[in-house]
Design a protein around this ligand. Structure first.
Ligand code: PEP
Ligand code: MN
Length: 338
């Protein structure tokens, strides 16, 4: 951290800052310029952040340098992490497909979607039993019954399951069926929930918040990692902008920016990012070309009958065709589909 003094700061003001930093167990190096003095702080940044340095006499601003996240930072852990979800390995060496229904609605619907996901080349099955809906009148998910159906889908297809958990109190029983716990966009900064899934000893798929910066997203991952769990997959699912032609705006540059910052794998959800089935395939191809570690996509046997997010769901033939196309493209790019 650096403390920038005002041009009219006195020598006593500078000494006061230095004394306060040293009292807090740190060290301070003073650099006197023609107009301004700056003071470089060395030591425990968190301790400095909790001090009222910006309010001391003569101080203009306190500037943080370095990353606020540590456990998820690539700078400190250059080796990239591959996250295992059941038998699937999600990381930079391959390109993974996660697919399934947005919500588990019925046994037949979920099994139909699971078979299509498998046929398309997915290695992980997604599907929500607990649904975070904007309207309290909308279908909220089948809860425990939905988990039972997911277990049946897993038994039939062999695909491991990623499913969302909405409440810290549900983590234990969701974890009995799930192979990875999903934190949805609306809960990205639910810190109690992040800590709870961090303690669950199971991979976590952490979606980017609706209006979260890349840094806030990585700080959310840091909460999970702080509990001793760095088996985290980040998922870019579009952010809120002024644009209304798409449900959200897919931030592929943000996805790559996150990959540069962290050793964790980052996947893209073109279904929730666009909200439009006709944009899913082009954005999935773009995500692969941009270097994403995988995609997560919605599939529904009958999108027009879906209780949740029908407009963005691919049909089974569509996802199978897209899977074949992605596999060919991934091979050409030297990152075969897992
Ligand atoms: C989902 O993946 O089912 C979901 C609700 O997505 P998001 O949290 O990105 O809106
Ligand atoms: Mn959805």
């Amino acid at each position: 951290m650096v403390v920038v003094m005002r041009t009219d700061a006195t020598e006593a003001d500078v000494e006061h800052v230095v004394d306060r930093v040293r009292e807090a167990g740190g060290d301070a190096f003073v650099s006197r310029g023609k107009f301004r003095t700056i003071i470089g702080l060395v030591g425990d940044t968190e301790a400095f952040l909790s001090m009222p340095l910006a309010t001391l006499p003569g101080v203009d601003q306190v500037v943080k340098v370095g990353k606020p996240y540590k456990l998820v930072a690539r700078e400190l852990h250059p080796q990239l992490t591959t996250v295992r979800v059941g038998d699937a390995a999600i990381g930079r060496a391959t390109f993974s497909m996660i697919a399934g229904p947005c919500a588990v609605e019925t046994r037949e619907q979920a099994l139909g979607a699971a078979r299509a996901a498998k046929a398309a080349g997915a290695t992980v099955l997604r599907g929500g039993a607990y649904k975070p809906r904007t309207s309290p009148y909308a279908f909220q998910g089948l809860a425990r019954r939905g988990l039972e159906i997911l277990a049946e889908c897993k038994a039939e297809t062999g695909l491991p399951i990623v499913t969302e958990v909405l409440d810290a109190g549900d983590v234990d029983h969701v974890a009995e069926v799930a192979d990875a716990l999903q934190i949805g966009t609306r809960n990205m900064q639910n810190f109690a929930l992040l800590k709870e899934v961090g303690r669950a000893n199971m991979p976590v798929l952490l979606k980017r918040g609706l209006s979260a910066t890349v840094e806030e997203w990585l700080m959310a991952a840091e909460y999970v990692a702080q509990q001793g769990n760095t088996e985290i997959i980040l998922c870019e699912r579009g952010i809120r902008t002024f644009e209304t032609a798409t449900r959200n705006t897919l931030d592929l540059a943000g996805m790559v920016a996150a990959q540069i910052e962290t050793h964790l794998p980052v996947v893209v959800d073109p279904s929730h990012a666009t909200g439009r089935h006709d944009l899913v395939a082009p954005m999935a191809r773009a995500a692969l070309a941009a270097g994403a570690d995988g995609v997560m996509m919605d599939v529904h046997p009958e999108p027009s009958e879906a209780l949740c997010d029908g407009p963005q769901a691919l049909t089974p033939p569509e996802i199978e065709a897209l899977g074949a196309e992605l596999a060919a493209l991934a091979r050409a790019l030297g990152r075969p589909m897992a």
